[in-house]
Design a protein around this ligand. Structure first.
Ligand SMILES: [Fe+2]
Ligand SMILES: [Fe+2]
Length: 376
């Protein structure tokens, strides 16, 4: 690697180390391809020099994030794309493989649960869980579940897909929190079966094309106890049972069914609550469109933090926001660009570059990230 002065950076160079602002915030990740936009950004933050890969470095061919990729938002005015066709093809293949495996995994989960209910078969938690966890390596997408979620939108309004996604997110969050492998697996199991009680809720309520009435909402809320009672018929771990009952409890006592407070809620249920709310917010429903991950993060940040386990919610929001650094997004003003800076004080309000313009959303409150654009 070699040290290059900020003003001597050129597009195509690859960062050898993370680049930080003078105040210590991550600006550009290691192994990122330098673009004109990033050069402007690095200079805007008065970074003096950057460590760049040179020919003596190994594996120059695989930068972690390539912000100059070609995206499906290429019809959006001002959107520049230049991803080589071969790279694009490989990405599409990975996504298609994941989609296929995801559909199979969801179908397996659905059939298993339906057999459980209609034919009174036994509940084989481990086999069902193995099928779900296999998705982490499907499509060779480096286990980035958050990235793959962008492409699973057609499964949004499906309780089985929701359960599989929450399971994978819980597993990811448990790893972020440095849980043991056994506990990461348990977090995934708790996520997978958290909404089992939904199977006992009338379909016309679940499929209703509009907001629920107070009475319908009350009926839906009974899924927590219903799931708990259903699972009691099987030899499942106590954490899975308690999560089914407690995953709508909130640390400040505002949740249901029992208004429990932080110390009374099962630790795995607390993780599931975060992943459950996040997945619900960022998925479309018949009566509303999906929030972007940044808008979802902002909702958590605005007034909901005290409802969740502090360590878990902070790690979840911080890591999730940073996952989308360099991602292409569409702003509420219709412009498309890239997330170029995650503001640690306003994780849901990053800086977005559209062409030569920078939008610091922590200052421009009238704007927000409308949606992530698939990296295609
Ligand atoms: Fe639920
Ligand atoms: Fe849920």
């Amino acid at each position: 690697m070699k040290k290059v002065m900020a003003e001597q950076l050129r597009p195509g160079m690859i960062t050898a180390e993370d680049v930080y602002t003078l105040s210590g915030q991550l600006l550009v990740s290691k192994r990122t391809v330098i673009t004109d936009a990033l050069i402007v950004l690095i200079n805007a933050y008065s970074v003096f020099s950057v460590l760049i890969c040179d020919s003596s470095d190994e594996d120059l061919s695989a930068p972690s994030q390539a912000p100059s990729a070609d995206y499906s938002g290429k019809d959006i005015p001002g959107f520049v794309s230049n991803l080589p066709e071969e790279v694009r093809k490989i990405r599409i293949e990975k996504i298609e493989t994941y989609k296929k495996d995801f559909a199979q995994g969801v179908n397996y989960f659905q059939v298993s649960l339906n057999n459980l209910i209609s034919e009174n078969t036994d509940l084989d938690v481990n086999t069902i869980l193995d099928q779900t966890l296999a998705l982490i390596n499907s499509g060779n997408h480096d286990g980035n579940i958050l990235e793959m979620l962008i492409y699973m939108k057609e499964f949004d309004d499906n309780i089985y897909a929701h359960s599989v996604n929450v399971s994978l997110l819980c597993n990811m969050l448990a790893h972020w929190l440095n849980y043991s492998e056994d506990d990461c697996r348990m977090a995934a199991a708790c996520g997978l079966f958290h909404d089992l009680g939904m199977l006992a809720i009338p379909e016309e309520i679940l499929k209703k094309n509009g907001p629920l009435t107070a009475q319908e909402r009350e009926t839906v809320n009974t899924h927590a106890q219903k799931g708990y009672h259903l699972l009691q018929n099987y030899q499942v771990d106590g954490d899975i049972l308690q999560t089914a009952l407690m995953h709508h409890e909130k640390c400040d006592g505002s949740g249901y069914p029992n208004g429990l407070k932080a110390g009374e809620i099962n630790p795995f249920a607390k993780l599931v609550t975060i992943c459950d709310v996040y997945n619900a917010m960022t998925s479309a429903r018949p009566y509303r469109s999906a929030l972007s991950p940044f808008a979802g993060i902002e909702q958590f940040e605005s007034d909901r933090m005290r409802k969740y386990d502090t360590a878990a919610i902070l790690r979840f929001l911080e890591n999730t926001a940073n996952t989308y650094l360099n991602c292409p997004v569409r702003l509420s003003n219709g412009m498309a660009g890239y997330v170029v800076y995650i503001n640690p004080n306003h994780l849901g309000r990053p800086t977005v570059q559209c062409g030569s313009q920078f939008f610091d959303l922590s200052k421009q409150k009238e704007l927000h990230v409308m949606e992530l654009l698939p990296a295609l």
